[in-house]
Structure formats: C-alpha cells, structure tokens
Design a protein around this ligand. Structure first.
Ligand code: SF4
Length: 235
C-alpha cells in the first residue's frame, strides 16, 4: 500500500460528501465541535457538557505538526483526560507514560504537566485518535470507529512526510489497517510487531493505559522498546 493509494481513498471519501470539511470546523480535516455523526457519542457529549460545563467536551483534534514523519494513533479521548483538557493523552495516566517516553526519544521537548498550556512541543511527531469523541466506558462501537475513520483517514492523508505509525492497541491497529487498505490476516496485532506498508512502517504496541501498566501487560521497558525501533527506523 502506497501513500498515493491513501491519498486516492481520502479523495474518494471527500467526494462522497461524508468527509471532513473546513467549513464545519474552521480547520481542515477535523470535525466541528458539535459533530452529529455518531448519535450515541453526541448524546454522551451533551450529557458531559451539562455535568461538567468547564471541561472541553468536544471532538479532540490531532496534536503536533502536519509535516511530522511519525504519527501515534490512540483509541479515543479519555473522559477525564483529553475530553476534559482538549489535547490528546493529556490529563490522565496514559499521558504520563506516553509523553515521558516521547521526550526521552527526542519526539517531544519541554515538560509534560498534564495540561494543554504546559508548553510541551512535539518534534517530528503527531498524536491522533482512531475516534475523536469520548465513548462511554472507553469503548467505541464498531459503527462509530467506522464513521470517525473519515477524519482519521484525512489525518494520515494530510501528512506529506509520513513514514511511521505507532498503533496503540487493537482498535488503533484495526482502524489503521482499514484506512490503509491492508487485510487483517496480513498484519495480525502483537505488541512489538512491525509491518511495512509501502513507504510507511507500522509499529504495534499495547495501549499505554493505566490498566495495562497496572497489570504489567505493558511495562515502561516494553514501551521504550517500541520507540527504540521507531527511532532507529526514522533516524
Ligand atoms: S466520533 Fe468522530 S464522527 Fe463520531 S461524532 Fe465524534 S467526531 Fe463525529
């Protein structure tokens, strides 16, 4: 699968009218703050807005430069993390491990203080989610993952120098494969697995959630090993 194929697929979705629109969000390739495409997630958003009016409570946009060579794909905003603060992986435990590791490997600069105005900068790295809106119990439905793939697809499509994708967990893995048009049996999910997809190399990792680290399914050393490979590949 090549970058040109990714581009073609995205153009197709835009032509269909289902794709992202700069007229909706004010930013190209991201949904508007009141995106209605997933009714269950919209209702959850409305409920969270009523209960926590000072939280962000909207689709969370990708973070980091468009011309980055690396993109990291998560699942969806955490209720009290990105959904509260408005920046991916910011405000809950998953960000501690992710941003600490990114700083260690030179993909981020500054200090992560769990708030979007902490001045942390991503270097040659971008972070996005397979699903832009927080789902109840952190579990998006297959139809919601599919619907939001329009925006995920556009995120990859707008990155002209993209060479590496780190997929955090199975949902990110599966959605990335579908976006790139790769058959699931050709790239089975496994922590530490790598796949070449045309000009882009895919790296699998368990998600850096508190649950996975508390249960030792993912240790900081295992996470570092993935980024050691990524750094070696990107140079
Ligand atoms: S998950 Fe994506 S497609 Fe669904 S409502 Fe949110 S932004 Fe829209």
């Amino acid at each position: 699968m090549t970058n040109s194929t990714i581009e073609d697929k995205t153009k197709e979705s835009r032509r269909s009218g289902a794709g992202p629109s700069s007229s909706v969000s004010g930013q190209s390739n991201e949904p508007g703050p009141d995106c209605p495409l997933c009714p269950r997630l919209k209702n959850y958003r409305d409920a969270n807005r009523a209960q926590h009016p000072h939280w962000f409570n909207a689709p969370v946009y990708s973070f980091g430069p468009i011309d980055a060579q690396l993109v990291i794909v998560g699942l969806a905003p955490g209720l009290q993390g990105a959904n509260r603060t408005g920046r991916p992986f910011t405000g809950d435990f998953a960000g501690d491990l992710l941003y600490g590791t990114l700083v260690e490997f030179g993909f981020a600069q500054g200090s992560y203080e769990a708030r979007p105005d902490d001045g942390l900068m991503l270097i040659d790295c971008r972070i996005t989610n397979a699903v832009r809106c927080v789902p109840p119990q952190n579990k998006p439905l297959p139809a919601e993952i599919k619907t939001c793939r329009t925006f995920f697809n556009a995120t990859l499509d707008e990155m002209p120098r993209l060479r590496a994708i780190v997929m955090l967990g199975r949902v990110a893995h599966d959605s990335t494969l579908k976006t790139l048009g790769i058959r699931a049996p050709d790239a089975p999910f496994a922590h530490g697995a790598e796949f070449q997809a045309g000009a882009v190399r895919l790296f699998d990792s368990y998600h850096c959630s508190r649950y996975n680290t508390n249960t030792r399914r993912l240790t900081p050393e295992m996470f570092r090993a993935v980024f050691t490979s990524v750094r070696k590949y990107i140079g």
